[in-house]
Write a protein that binds this ligand. Structure first.
Ligand code: SF4
Length: 230
């Protein structure tokens, strides 16, 4: 049974160094967020937080901005080595930051957006990162944000694919929830809560999730890519 804190989200940096910023991103848009001050998370503060969070919880390094921008990324991730570390990124600098990321987190999720002008930059970076990483952690997955036409080059990367819908440019709301949601960190907290397992909705959810998890497990063994459509 879960008691207390089970997950923490840390925005390592509010900067995003994507070559072409996403059109739907309100965070990086001065008109939507006129008062936002950009910066990196203070490292001393990060260490204080790390010392206070319990072992075994999920530490997700994303909120807005891109985690890989943080100048001390490697040490930031290492500070949370007692947690299940999950990073979400646009992936364009993943190859560049490979030495900071490899074996320093459990999962890396790369967001893929429709009609991306940076498509070639992103695919090249992810491909080189996967070659460098080999069998070592993290587990890499792509997150299709909306419908992706001409997805073959992404599928050819041979990593699992999960799906999401776009949210409002003004913030993280107006999501069209689609069940089952596959979490970026690949850990479903609902299964650890007995009271949730009792409800009919969650039993159905659990069965659907088990099917997805089984698909991913089989794909991991066979090396075949998975297309998860929403
Ligand atoms: S990668 Fe994320 S932070 Fe960067 S522009 Fe796109 S949505 Fe915004």
């Amino acid at each position: 049974m879960l008691i207390g804190l089970s997950q923490i989200n840390i925005e390592l940096s509010s900067y995003c160094d994507r070559h072409t910023l996403c059109g739907f991103c309100g965070h990086q848009d001065r008109k939507t967020n006129p008062n936002l001050k950009f910066g990196h998370m203070d490292f001393a503060l990060l260490e204080k937080i790390a010392a206070q969070v319990p072992s075994g919880i999920i530490a997700s390094f994303h909120r807005d901005g891109d985690s890989l921008v943080h100048p001390r990324l490697r040490y930031a991730l290492k500070a949370f080595s007692h947690c299940i570390r999950s990073v979400v990124t646009h992936g364009e600098t993943l190859n560049q930051r490979a030495d900071d990321v490899i074996e320093n987190c459990a999962t890396v999720t790369i967001s893929v957006i429709p009609n991306d002008k940076d498509r070639e930059i992103q695919i090249d970076s992810v491909w080189r990162f996967l070659l460098k990483k080999g069998d070592r952690a993290p587990q890499v997955q792509l997150k299709f944000v909306g419908h992706i036409d001409d997805a073959d080059a992404y599928i050819a990367l041979g990593v699992p694919i999960i799906g999401r819908t776009l949210h409002s440019k003004k913030g993280s709301f107006k999501y069209h929830r689609i069940d089952p949601v596959v979490p970026e960190e690949r850990v479903c907290l609902n299964f650890r809560r007995p009271e949730h397992r009792k409800s009919r909705r969650n039993l159905e959810w659990a069965r659907a999730y088990a099917t997805v998890a089984g698909t991913f497990a089989r794909a991991a063994r066979s090396g075949e890519p998975v297309m998860w459509s929403v």
